[in-house]
Design a binder for this molecule. Structure first.
Ligand SMILES: [Zn+2]
Length: 284
């Protein structure tokens, strides 16, 4: 038995300034909240409107749940899946730091029955899988690999963010850092919002090809790509200093609208349950 292919749609729900590494070390919670300036709260309704009846996975940055408890409430009430992105956004490859983040977000992780994790910058280490299992997570989506790849790491499943398939790059294992070498080997990470920013609707060709093969591609979007973020002097300066980040700032609301018109979508957790049931395995 096989399951119907669909786009695994996820939104890494993070403050706008998560885009710029220079704010990673800003530790004062009030300063971080002030810097966000209410954007994480204001962006939600327009995004929920865009989604309409379609359901997605929202990997939430836990500090947003602290600032605005109504954000996870509304996401869950609208029938979307809530997952953990981290508590404070930064590269999170140190397992003790990840443990700290899971503790800091424990209250809403428990409250909403969170089962999925997406590592910041889609970067994860081996030891993280055991830690995720110990904390009740069923799956992670923290590597890049072609659609259709589903890996088991102990008791945790890994559902990759999609790349094109390259015969040259061969086998897939988690963890898996996406390197320039993989790119040169012909593997293009079309599920990343950076790629979507570069190619826009051209991404649909990759999606369509995988769906036709019966595979379910997995893609990422961010709130600052879907809702209007007022251009402040600070943001303009950050962008001038980091021009390579411009594809992240390309508005993707039109992309999402067209995606929803063309293809069926689902959250990652629902896909995993169906995929396991189709294989005769118990729910994750
Ligand atoms: Zn992120």
């Amino acid at each position: 038995m096989s399951i119907s292919p669909r786009v695994l749609l996820s939104i890494d729900y993070e403050p706008w300034f998560a885009l710029f590494r220079r704010y990673d070390n800003l530790t004062d919670p009030q300063q971080r909240r002030d810097l966000d300036g209410g954007f994480a709260r204001r962006a939600l309704d327009p995004i929920l409107d865009l989604l309409g009846d379609a359901k997605a996975s929202f990997y939430l940055v836990g500090e947003i749940a602290d600032w605005y408890p109504e954000v996870p409430q509304k996401i869950a009430a609208a029938g979307h899946e809530l997952g953990l992105h981290c508590h404070i956004h930064r590269p999170l490859k140190d397992t003790s730091e990840l443990a700290q983040d899971i503790r800091a977000s424990a209250h809403w992780i428990r409250q909403y029955g969170v089962r999925g994790y997406r590592a910041p910058m889609v970067g994860i280490r081996e030891a993280a899988y055991q830690l995720l299992a110990d904390n009740g997570f069923a799956y992670s989506s923290s590597i890049y690999a072609p659609a259709g790849v589903l890996l088991k790491k102990g008791n945790v499943w890994e559902i990759p963010v999609s790349t094109t398939r390259s015969r040259r790059n061969g086998g897939y294992a988690a963890p898996r850092d996406f390197t320039f070498k993989l790119l040169l080997g012909g593997e293009f990470p079309y599920g990343s919002s950076f790629s979507i920013g570069l190619l826009g609707g051209q991404i649909f060709k990759f999606i369509e090809r995988d769906l036709k093969r019966g595979l379910s591609p997995s893609i990422i979007l961010h709130p600052y790509e879907l809702a209007t973020l007022p251009l402040s002097a600070r943001l303009a300066r950050d962008l001038i200093l980091n021009p390579h980040l411009l594809p992240f700032r390309r508005n993707k609301a039109g992309f999402l609208k067209a995606l929803l018109e063309r293809f069926p979508v689902s959250p990652l957790g629902a896909y995993l349950d169906e995929a396991l049931a189709a294989q005769g395995q118990p729910n994750a």
